[in-house]
Design a protein around this ligand. Structure first.
Ligand SMILES: Nc1ncnc2c1ncn2[C@@H]1O[C@H](COP(=O)(O)OP(=O)(O)OP(=O)(O)O)[C@@H](O)[C@H]1O
Length: 305
C-alpha cells in the first residue's frame, strides 16, 4: 500500500479535552488530518495542550468531546493497535534499577513485534553498556535507551513528548539523528513536541502549531514556508494590505513596518518588499497572534509592536 492510501497518522474532528468538571480546556475543537509517513513537529507555548494531544493519541486519557484516530483507529483500541504505536514520555523515563539489557528483555517480553536484532544493534551503536543500570546513565544515554525501547517494537507511529529538552546540543544532535534513522528504517511516522524550534526545523516535514488549546496552523513545512512571507514596507502601508494577504503578526519600529503574512504566491508591488521566512519566524508569528498581540492592520498609528 502506498503512503497516500494509508489512513492518516493522526486524525481529529472537533477534538476537545477538559480536565475535571470545571477544569481548564486543554484542547478545544481541534481538527487534524496528518498524512502517514511524516515527521510531525508539534509546537506551542507552555500549557498549549501539546502533552494532552499526545496523551490522547496514546490512549492515556479520553476526549471530552469530538474524536481522534491514530493510524485509522481509536487510540489504544486493542492490544494490536497499541503495538503499532511507540511512546516516549517527557524526560524519557526508564527504570533506574534495571540494566540496559534488562530493559531490552522487558521490552521483548511485553511486545510481540519486538525486534531483538534492531535493539541490540542500536544499543551498540549508541555505545550503551548492556550491564549498566539505567539509573547510572547520563540524560543523553537514557534518551537513547528510551528511543531504542520504543523503536524496537517496530511501531508504525513513534510519539515523543519533548524528547530532547534536557540534552546538551551535541547529545540532542545525536538523539535527533537516531530518531530520523529509526523513522527511515521502520518506514514509520513520528510526532514530536518540542520548544526547540531549531530541532523542529531540522527534522520535521509537517508542522502543527498549537496555542491556547487550538490549532493555529498545520501543514507540510514546505507548503507552509511557501505560503508565508515577511512583508516589509513603510508602516503606513500596513493600514491596507494587498488583496488576499492575511496578517499573522506585525512588528513595527518607528516609520518602518514589517509583518509575517500568509498568501499564496505573494508578489506585492513596491513599496512592499517580500522576504522569505524561516520556520521559527512562522511559528513565532502564530504564537504572537494567539497571545493577543495587536496587529498592524488594525491601525498603523499605534505604538511599536
Ligand atoms: N492532569 C491534568 N489535570 C488538570 N489540568 C491539566 C492536566 N494536564 C494538563 N492540564 C492543563 O491542561 C492545559 C494543557 O496542558 P498540557 O500539559 O497539555 O500543555 P503543554 O502544551 O504540553 O505544556 P508544556 O509545554 O508546558 O509541557 C494546561 O492548562 C494544564 O494546566
Amino acid at each position: 500500500m502506498s503512503l497516500a492510501e494509508l489512513p492518516p497518522a493522526l486524525g481529529a474532528e472537533n477534538l476537545t479535552k477538559k480536565y475535571g468538571r470545571r477544569g481548564r480546556t486543554a484542547l478545544s475543537g481541534v481538527n487534524l488530518a496528518v498524512p502517514s509517513g511524516r515527521v510531525i513537529g508539534l509546537v506551542g507555548p507552555n500549557g498549549a495542550g501539546k502533552s494532552t494531544l499526545l496523551h490522547l493519541a496514546c490512549g492515556l486519557t479520553e476526549p471530552s468531546a469530538g474524536s481522534l484516530t491514530v493510524l485509522g483507529s481509536r487510540p489504544a483500541a486493542s492490544a494490536s493497535h497499541l503495538a503499532r504505536v511507540g511512546f516516549v514520555a517527557q524526560n524519557t523515563p526508564v527504570y533506574g534499577s534495571l540494566t540496559v539489557a534488562e530493559h531490552l528483555r522487558l521490552g521483548a517480553s511485553m511486545n510481540p513485534s519486538w525486534d531483538p536484532d534492531l535493539a541490540k544493534r542500536r544499543i551498540g551503536e549508541a555505545g550503551l553498556n548492556p550491564a549498566r543500570k539505567a539509573g547510572q546513565l547520563s540524560g543523553g544515554q537514557r534518551a537513547q535507551l528510551a528511543l531504542t525501547v520504543a523503536a524496537a517494537k517496530r511501531p508504525e507511529l513513534l510519539i515523543f513528548d519533548e524528547p530532547a529538552a534536557a540534552l546538551d546540543p551535541l547529545a540532542r544532535q545525536g538523539f535527533l539523528r537516531n530518531l530520523l534513522e529509526f523513522v527511515r528504517e521502520l518506514g514509520a511516522s513520528a510526532v514530536l513536541s518540542s520548544h526547540l524550534l531549531g530541532d523542529i526545523e531540522q527534522v520535521c516535514d509537517y508542522l502543527i502549531v498549537l496555542c491556547d488549546a487550538r490549532v493555529q496552523v498545520a501543514g507540510d513545512t514546505r507548503d507552509l514556508l511557501a505560503e508565508h512571507a515577511r512583508l516589509v514596507a513603510p508602516r503606513a502601508e500596513f493600514d491596507r494590505l494587498p488583496a488576499g494577504v492575511e496578517m499573522i503578526s506585525a512588528e513595527h519600529r518607528g516609520p518602518h513596518g514589517s509583518a509575517i503574512v500568509r498568501a499564496r504566491g505573494l508578489s506585492a508591488p513596491p513599496p512592499y518588499r517580500v522576504e522569505p521566512v524561516s520556520l521559527e519566524e512562522l511559528v513565532l508569528g502564530y504564537m504572537t497572534r494567539a497571545a493577543g498581540a495587536p496587529l498592524a492592520g488594525a491601525g498603523a498609528g499605534e505604538g511599536s509592536r
